[in-house]
Ligand binder design. Sequence first.
Ligand code: MN
Length: 222
Amino acid sequence: MTITLPPLPYPTGALEPHISRSTIEHHYGQHHAAYVARTNELLAKSKSADRSLLEIMRASHISGENALFNVAAQAWNHEFYWNSMHPDSGGLPSGAIAALIDKDFGNYQSFASELRMSAMGQFGSGWVWVVLNGARLDIVRSANADNPIVYGLVPLLTIDVWEHAYYLDYQHQRARYLTDVIEHLLNWDFANSNIKAADNPTVARSAGRNTTRDQRSTAMAG
Ligand code: MN
């Protein structure tokens, strides 16, 4: 089997003025597409074949097939990133994610500030994630291709902080990119649909399998 490049959930210019058409064309059409192509090349000679992208990512992490894990996780992370933003979203959260933010961060401003600071604190390439850690809302960051699912966390939203995500529009100014994404683009409906899916006991059980707080804290900086 092969994995396919999923369609973008909006036109390439839809996130302007915050993220330009040119950035999306390069980021989706070159970077994301290359991760999908490279995953398929490596799948051809891997024991992880005939599985979904999520299963390939999990299995290659467990088996230590690092080259496959890196490109498969990047393929998965980018699809999740496109869905974490929407041109009609942004602003204040609503629904289940809003309730979790108030419960675990006090208020939206504290949450937004911590999300921004965590993303700024990722040295070099990586991702910042809003996750469910059990019943608690948490913010973690990951280096390179790493993904919170393999540490038993349930991702709700992510922001790509590789330079290719913002360099054309903001050059080195990651902080300005983060402020724009957090204030104008975060897709609260997507977060709420991920919370709903995590309420399914089957999903929650498999997500929490074989993980401990220690594994998470050594592998991912919160
Ligand atoms: Mn990227």
